[in-house]
Design a protein around this ligand. Structure first.
Ligand code: GLU
Length: 443
């Protein structure tokens, strides 16, 4: 059984980059018949906010990305503490008393003498007496994890073979001076406790992975599989990070993007599949394969997303939108089938509905021609063949064809210079309304 997790920090709005990680994990869980844990990484008490947690949950639900398990790191402090004690007992977690200023100075000296700025482990040389003295002076330790200083290798599900020499890394601080845990240890403890089998996340975590593999080995003896996907970049290749605030799911939603547009786009960008609109999650599950995720950065282009939204709407059957049409107070299946090809946002149905029920203020540029057309309107009943019959008659009477023929008719019947197909629209508006419009009346 596979168990994956999406582990956002509730320190801001859910943005497209994180949503993509959530979607990839969700699709992987579905594809493998496994489970998805939504884990709120709220160890940073200062920056974590309940409103952000609520927002993340709300926007995942909006996307249709459901989870099977839920956890909050802030509620698991005893487990984190137990793991820290274990690491202390085996000599892998050691107290350090250097101030930030001292560390900065040391780092600068190392850089000046051409050495890598790696923590020198001076604290390991402290005797029990030294420590007692420091504590008596009122100093509180922060705690570092003693890395093995060897090569850590894994077969990344996306990047292939990866090897990181932890001798080139500073022993990471797991517990701050005030006793709070930083992200690294709680993440591993929770991954172990929830039986996470695959950790799929952004490639900004590759270095963390080397450290975390050492922690998994120390705490559990087993290590999950890892996959690191490339991050999203803007259409012009620019980093998205600076603009991520503006690329929140909240904003996409307010902009009228359909959830399946967002999911389709984020599931496909950066993969070997073309980016197409998929009306259901099942279709995306069927096509999902981690092996399709490429090594190059994935693009996120709001213009492409917007186009995809139009394509998705054009695909949607009436059943999929019946409730929303009713809630918007606009017409049924025939109306939907008539207007959907013209939509870029669903909300536009409201402005198209008056084409059927009025009021439309006709635009008439050539009175004689339109009067001729009014006289040629066939009797009801009308259906989708009526437009053809009508325009053939008008063409014969006026000698017009092409744009000369159709454009003035559209302007008169709809007041717009482009819009839904008239052969579908005409029977919906009906003869008396069409006739009134051809006579220049608002109807
Ligand atoms: N809270 C971390 C983040 O949002 C989770 C990283 C991880 O997947 O382990 O970056």
């Amino acid at each position: 059984m596979t168990v994956v997790r999406f582990a956002p920090s509730p320190t801001g709005l859910l943005h497209v980059g994180n949503a993509r990680t959530a979607i990839v994990n969700f699709l992987f869980a579905r594809k493998t018949g496994g489970k998805l844990l939504l884990r709120i990484d709220d160890t940073d008490h200062e920056r974590s906010k309940k409103e952000y947690e609520d927002g993340i949950i709300e926007h995942l639900a909006w996307l249709g990305v459901t989870h099977d398990l839920f956890a909050r790191q802030s509620e698991r402090a005893p487990q984190h503490q137990a793991a820290a004690n274990l690491l202390k007992n085996i000599g892998r977690l050691y107290p350090c008393y250097e101030s930030q200023l001292e560390l900065d100075r040391r780092r600068q000296r190392q850089i000046a003498s051409g050495k890598p700025p790696v923590y020198d482990r001076a604290a390991l040389a402290l005797t029990a007496e030294d420590r007692a003295k420091l504590e008596a002076e009122g100093k509180h330790p922060h705690w570092r994890f003693k890395l093995s200083q060897k090569k850590v290798a894994w077969k990344d599900l996306i990047r292939g073979e990866v090897e990181i020499d932890t001798a080139h890394l500073s022993d990471p601080v797991l517990i701050r001076e005030d006793g709070r845990f930083l992200y690294t240890l709680p993440s591993v403890v929770d991954d172990v406790d929830f039986g996470i089998t695959h950790i799929i996340r952004g490639e900004d975590h590759v270095t963390n992975t080397a450290v975390q593999i050492e922690l998994f080995e120390a705490l559990a003896g087993t290590v999950p599989a890892f996959g690191h996907h490339p991050l999203l970049i803007g259409a012009g290749g620019e980093a998205l990070s600076k603009r991520l605030g503006s690329l929140s799911l909240k904003l996409l939603r307010e902009d009228g993007i359909e959830p399946m547009t967002a999911v389709s786009y984020l599931a496909k960008t950066g993969t070997s599949d073309p980016i197409t609109a998929q009306p259901s999650l099942d279709a995306l599950v069927a096509e999902f394969d981690l092996a399709k995720i490429g090594r190059a950065p994935a693009h996120f282009d709001p213009a492409e997303l917007s186009n995809l939204n139009a394509k998705l709407l054009h695909l949607l059957p009436y059943d999929a939108v019946a409730d929303r049409l009713a809630a918007a107070g606009v017409g049924g299946e025939a109306f939907w089938e008539t207007v959907k090809a013209n939509l870029t946002r669903f909300s536009e149905v409201t402005s198209l509905w008056p084409l059927v029920v009025g009021p439309v203020t006709p635009v008439i540029e050539d009175n004689n021609f339109i009067a001729e057309a009014a006289a040629a309107l066939p009797p009801e009943p009308w259906d989708e063949t009526t437009w053809n019959v009508f325009t053939k008659t008008v063409a014969a009477a006026s000698g017009r064809k092409g744009k000369e023929l159709y454009h003035p008719l559209r302007l008169a019947l709809t007041g717009l210079d482009h819009g839904p197909e008239l052969k579908k629209l005409l029977p919906l508006m009906g003869r008396s309304r069409a006739l009134a419009r051809l006579k220049g009346e608002t109807a």
